[in-house]
Design a protein around this ligand. Structure first.
Ligand code: NDP
Length: 257
C-alpha cells in the first residue's frame, strides 16, 4: 500500500457485527478512514471498542438500509464527515430469511428480503454517488452470494440435489437481483470511471453463516470472518475499471452469474 492509499475513505453498511464489523476492523488496521454504518451503532460493542481505539479515523453513522429516510439522513451525515468524497462503498448489510421449501416461501418475507438486499444497496449507492464521484478510487462493492448464481443453482439438477438446494428462494432471488444491479450499474457508470463488482465472501462462520448449519443440522462453515475479509480486501485493493461488472469470490476467482 502506498502512503496515499492510507487516506482512502471506505463506507461499510451492516457494520454492527459479522462480516461488516470485520471489514471495519481490518480497514482501520490498514490505516484507512472508515464510515461504519449500522442500524444501531451505539449498541454494537465491537464498533464501540473500535471507536475508542481509532478515534477520528472511524465515523459511526446510523443507517437502516430498508428505510429510505434513514439512508438519506445517513448520506447527509457522511457528506458532512467527508465533504471531499469517499473512495469505496461496501454494500454489506443483508438478511437471509427463513428455512422453508422454495415452493412454500412466504411472499411477504420475499418482499422484505428484496427491500433489504436489493432496494437497500441501490438507494445507498444512489445517495452516495455524488461523494463517490468526488473520490479517488470510485469503487462500489456489493456483497453477494454464490446462492445468487443461476447457473450455480441449476448445477444441483445434474450434480445432485440436497435439502439446502430446495430452499432459500428469497435469498437466492435477492442476490441474483443484486448481481444484475451490479451489472446494470457497471454499464451505466463505466464512462464515469466508476467500478462496481459483486463478491461472495464464501460460507463464513457469522450469525448468518452459522444459522444455516444449525437449521440444516450440518457441520458449520469452516471459513472464519478474518480470512474471508482479508481475501475480499485483496480483491478490492487490486480492482481496476476493466473488472467492472464482474462477480468474484473471496479468493479472487470469477463466479459465473
Ligand atoms: P450477519 O447476519 O452476521 O450480519 C448481518 C449484518 O447486516 C448485521 O450487521 C445487521 O445489522 C445488518 N443488517 C441487516 N439488516 C439491515 C438493515 N435493514 N439495515 C442495516 N443493516 C442491516 O451476516 P453476515 O455478516 O454473515 O453477512 C454480511 C453479508 O454477507 C450479507 O450481505 C450476506 O448476505 C453476505 N453473505 C454471507 C455469507 C455467510 O456465510 N456469512 C455467505 C454469502 C454472503 P443488525 O446488527 O442491526 O441486525
Amino acid at each position: 500500500m502506498t502512503v496515499a492509499d492510507k487516506d482512502l475513505v471506505y463506507v461499510v453498511t451492516g457494520a454492527s457485527r459479522g462480516l461488516g464489523l470485520e471489514f471495519v476492523t481490518q480497514l482501520l488496521h490498514k490505516g484507512h478512514l472508515v464510515v461504519a454504518a449500522a442500524r444501531n451503532p451505539k449498541k454494537s460493542s465491537g464498533l464501540e471498542s473500535l471507536a475508542s481505539k481509532y478515534g477520528s479515523a472511524l465515523t459511526l453513522v446510523t443507517l437502516d438500509v430498508s428505510d429510505a429516510d434513514s439512508i438519506k439522513a445517513a448520506a447527509q451525515s457522511i457528506s458532512e464527515a467527508h465533504p471531499n468524497g469517499i473512495d469505496v462503498l461496501i454494500n454489506n448489510a443483508g438478511i437471509l430469511g427463513s428455512f422453508v421449501r422454495s415452493s412454500e416461501h412466504d411472499a411477504g418475507e420475499l418482499k422484505d428480503i428484496l427491500i433489504t438486499n436489493v432496494v437497500g444497496p441501490l438507494l445507498v449507492t444512489q445517495h452516495l454517488l455524488p461523494l463517490i464521484r468526488k473520490g479517488t478510487k470510485k469503487q462500489i462493492v456489493n456483497i453477494s452470494s454464490t446462492m445468487g448464481s443461476v447457473s450455480g443453482a441449476l448445477k444441483y439438477l445434474k450434480e445432485g440435489l440436497n435439502p439446502m438446494s430446495k430452499m432459500q428462494l428469497g435469498y437466492r432471488a435477492s442476490k441474483s437481483a443484486l448481481n444484475m444491479e451490479t451489472a446494470a450499474l457497471a454499464l451505466d457508470l463505466h464512462d464515469e470511471g466508476i467500478t462496481i463488482i459483486s463478491i461472495c465472501p464464501g460460507w463464513v462462520a457469522t450469525d448468518m453463516g452459522s444459522s444455516s448449519a444449525a437449521a440444516m443440522k450440518i457441520a458449520g462453515p469452516g471459513l472464519d470472518a478474518p480470512t474471508s475479509i482479508a481475501g475480499m480486501l485483496k480483491v478490492v485493493e487490486g480492482l481496476t475499471l476493466e473488472q467492472t461488472g464482474t462477480f468474484y469470490n473471496y479468493q479472487g476467482n470469477v463466479v459465473p452469474y
